[in-house]
Design a protein around this ligand. Structure first.
Ligand code: NAD
Length: 301
């Protein structure tokens, strides 16, 4: 049986680690927040006291952390506190999988450094949100060598439904932020179209049905309508609570803009969506679901 070390038991990581346990993997967990470790220990995970202890016998090491600097610090240590990171304690030949959403460039650097030390690496960011993490239905968008992707496939399949190999190291991150940039554009555009219809006397539910059967059809209309009252069980019908936070969409849009800058890609729609989302966050909506961008088109009475 493969031994797994799992770092980062937050909104996403807790559900992912729980699904690995359900599939019979032995999982050692570590998080900076003790109560999150306790929750996984109650489900059968081994609570590691230190990061090094977590990786000691691990064949596969998974990280699900907020941003690139956290992943680099975990793997290679932090100059400020003179730690050396888990790469100095991991078993020779083990595979590192980073599922966090981080800069593609950082993922490529991590890959080079780990491969130099005799490890394998894959960037495997996810789509599907907290619900998908809990249900084990995430989509993994993987960058790395083909043989590494095949090695880790059973592990990813324990946490997700769709596994895509996007290309070499870093390609998973690039593909993930391309998707999320399009999602931001679609959500803003759908909100704008619905509001235009409403301003001109058309009911939002009627307009949504028309667009779903016409050329404006898209994922936000099908499963995530941003207008309150049109669809049940989505954040817009729950005061935009839960779901995918505006702050996280802003993080992904910033990553998309940085990636666009590396090859001078032209991204006017993405950059406009980024400005809209940035303003929306600055207006105090950072913790709300990203479909709340709909309210930016709705003047306050
Ligand atoms: P989160 O803040 O809920 O969880 C992150 C966890 O990492 C926290 O528990 C934190 O204590 C822990 N952590 C930080 N540094 C650590 C370290 N050095 N060692 C161990 N643990 C450490 O974040 P999240 O919502 O779970 O998101 C995680 C990643 O997944 C992010 O990169 C995010 O962009 C991405 N993502 C999130 C969603 C979503 O809907 N929340 C969807 C897709 C992708």
């Amino acid at each position: 049986m493969q031994h797994i070390a799992f770092f980062g038991l937050g909104n996403m990581g807790a559900g992912m680690a729980a699904n690995l346990l359900k599939q019979g993997f032995e999982v050692r967990v570590y998080d900076l927040v003790e109560s999150q470790v306790d929750e996984l220990a109650a489900l059968g995970a081994y609570p590691a006291a230190t990061p090094d202890e977590a990786v000691k016998d691990a064949d596969v090491i998974i990280s699900m952390l907020p941003a690139g600097r956290h992943v680099s610090g975990l793997y290679f240590g932090d100059a400020s506190d003179h730690t050396s990171g888990i790469s100095s304690a991991a078993k020779p030949g083990s595979v590192f999988i980073d599922c966090s959403t981080i800069e593609a460039e950082t993922a490529r650097t991590l890959n080079t450094r780990l491969v130099d030390l005799g490890f394998a690496f894959a960037d495997a960011p996810v789509s599907g949100g907290v619900g998908g993490a809990k249900a084990g239905t995430l989509t993994f968008i993987v960058g790395g060598e083909a043989k590494t992707v095949e090695t880790i496939r059973p592990v990813l399949e324990a946490m997700g439904k769709n596994i895509f190999h996007a290309g070499d190291a870093g390609a998973g991150q690039v593909a993930k932020i391309c998707n999320n940039m399009l999602l931001a554009v679609l959500m803003a555009g759908t909100s704008e179209a619905l509001k235009l219809a409403m301003d001109n006397g058309i009911d939002a539910s009627v307009m949504s049905e028309i667009m779903k059967k016409s050329s404006g059809n898209n994922w936000t209309l099908q499963t995530y309508n941003p207008c309150p009252g049109v669809m049940e069980g989505v954040p817009s019908s729950n005061d935009y609570q839960g779901g995918f936070m505006v702050d996280l969409m802003n993080k992904d849009l910033n990553l998309a803009m940085a990636t666009a800058a590396t090859h001078q890609s032209v991204v006017p729609m993405g950059s406009l969506a980024k400005s809209l989302y940035q303003l929306h966050g600055l207006n105090g909506h950072g913790k709300k679901d990203f479909s709340s961008i709909f309210t930016a088109f709705q003047p306050k009475n």
